[in-house]
Design a protein around this ligand. Structure first.
Ligand code: BG6
Length: 503
């Protein structure tokens, strides 16, 4: 049984239901399966089904060519329980409902509680589940899935973990990070550890620097209220991007077991050099906000004019950080990681820049300026690209750069699951590999906390501006100066910087 707290909210309709529906169509759901939506809205089972299935904009496309009976049998698996005014209440009514459904669907007592509520309610809900005896595992397993943000700082993350651990054991807690559900993020592990051609080069002897870009073309949309209290570093960097960093940095695990992989990720996160000195923070971190501009002929609001945003806000919509990893493998290799809203395009990619050949034979060839790169595209145009030198036909040894590429799109026969689909299925099967463990989250906060503190009250801290639709503030280029320039990728993996579409 899947019990969703916060079931009348946006995430349930937007992400959870479409994922469950896909799993249903692919016959991946357990045979005896039922969903109970729980929240404070006064809804009947029927009204809930209308909201999240029959009248949902997020299922329209998926259901339009299906037989009504097919959709109905999905909707009939969904039930709803109104908790009344508050999540902090006696759950004995809820327990009764769960037990009735358990009998009816013969679900054998295995339950996932999905907390799709503000994090301030996580401990309250866990406590009330515990008071009602709903967290005991003597009659089927109980698992808890929680959404980010996991804390607002190291201290609050530790409090949250402690709060949850009072009622659930760590192995019962699944902290969702939807980037880990992306095929291309998982493929990082496979690229690194199922090939013998990359790993020998994956270290300070061959890698010059690592660049990770996460760009979104949208602004804060309707989430100004949430975002203004969060900012790019908390919203994307502390979780999704540091998860990616940990997969790039980690040592090979002994095996593919969840704990083995997560142990290595924690070790990787703990090896990031924490910056505490103000000068170091000034030189290696940049924050900025988008300002109003014209994009594609339309006037786009600046961040401070967005709904829900304080007109004097100092919350960053752009964050770039240069850092080092203090371990044997990565000593002296700079990492450049940036994330932002209102960039020219939506793209996430990792670029591994290799060192130039130690001895230059083909002098005068442009190759001297062009490093070998391995580009791992998380989204869109998912794939992998290697840039390497080839001889230009003709006299002499003129070298040009060529592409060796792989695109996921070429695997047309393979159905790529949505992140939430994969993650929900994993949680049902008890596989926590793609979920963040408490110590991982805390290690990430340990690195991020001093940057946030510096940005909040550092002496020379600056907030830069960038025109909406541009690649961030100009001085972000200075950050990477020693190692060249940002790749500024486009929608297509193989396009080189400088490529642009005028209209
Ligand atoms: C979320 C952030 O976690 O990730 C959003 O809160 C962001 O601000 C989103 O837009 C990006 O996810 P994706 O999968 O579209 O890259």
């Amino acid at each position: 049984m899947l019990v969703i707290f916060g079931a009348s909210g946006d995430l349930t309709a937007r992400k959870l239901m479409p994922s469950l529906f896909n799993l249903y169509l692919a016959a991946q759901l357990p045979e005896n399966f039922v969903v109970l939506g729980v929240s404070r809205s006064n809804l009947t089972d029927e009204a809930f089904r209308d909201r999240v299935v029959y009248e949902s904009d997020y299922l329209k496309e998926k259901t339009k060519d299906l037989k009504a009976s097919k959709v109905k049998s999905f909707a009939n698996m969904l039930y709803y329980e109104d908790l009344g005014d508050s999540y902090d209440t006696d759950y004995s009514g809820l327990r009764k409902r769960v037990e009735t459904l358990k009998e009816e669907y013969n679900t054998s007592g295995n339950i996932i509680y999905y907390l799709s509520t503000p994090p301030t309610l996580y401990e309250t809900i866990s406590q009330n589940l515990s008071n009602a005896g709903m967290n005991t595992q003597n009659n089927g397993w109980k698992r808890l899935i929680v959404e980010k943000p996991f804390g607002y700082s190291l201290e609050t993350a530790q409090e949250l973990n402690k709060g949850l651990h009072k009622y659930f054991k760590e192995h019962q807690i699944y902290r969702i990070d939807h980037y880990l559900g992306k095929e291309t993020v998982q493929n990082l592990l496979v690229t690194r550890f199922s090939n013998s051609i990359f790993e020998p080069l994956w270290n300070r002897n061959y890698i010059q620097h690592v660049e990770i870009t996460n760009a979104e073309s949208v602004g804060v949309e309707k989430r100004g209220g949430y975002y203004d209290k969060s900012g790019a570093l908390r919203d994307m960097f502390q979780n999704h991007l540091l998860q990616i960093v940990s997969l790039v940095v980690m040592e090979p695990p002994i095996g593919a077991d969840a704990e083995e992989i997560r142990n290595e990720k924690v070790k990787a996160l703990k090896s990031l050099r924490i910056m505490t000195d103000e000068k170091e923070l000034f030189e290696n971190t940049i924050r900025a906000q988008y300002v109003s501009s014209n994009v594609g002929g339309n006037k786009v609001k600046g961040y401070r004019e967005e709904d829900g945003v304080d007109p004097n806000s100092t919350t960053e919509t752009y964050a770039a950080v240069k850092f080092y990893v203090d371990n044997w493998r990565w000593h002296g290799v700079p990492f450049y990681v940036r994330t932002a809203k209102r960039m020219p395009t939506k793209v996430t990619e990792i670029v591994i820049h290799f060192k130039k050949p130690h001895h230059q034979i083909f002098k005068g060839s442009e190759m001297q300026e062009m490093d070998n790169k391995l580009i791992i595209r998380i989204q869109p145009d998912e794939g992998i690209l290697i840039k390497f030198g080839v001889k230009v036909p003709g006299q002499g040894f003129k070298v040009e750069r060529a592409n060796l590429d792989f695109y996921y799109a070429n695997l047309a026969e393979t159905y790529v699951m949505e992140a939430y689909e994969r993650l929900l299925l994993d949680a049902m099967q008890g596989d926590a590999t793609l979920y963040a463990r408490a110590d991982e989250v805390e290690a990430a906060w340990e690195f991020v906390d001093p940057i946030l503190n510096y940005w909040k009250s550092g002496e020379d801290v600056r907030m830069y501006g960038y025109a909406a639709g541009a690649w961030g503030p100009q001085n972000a280029d200075n950050l990477i100066d020693d190692d060249g320039y940002w790749r500024n990728p486009t929608e297509n993996l193989a396009d080189d910087p400088g490529y642009c579409v005028i209209c």
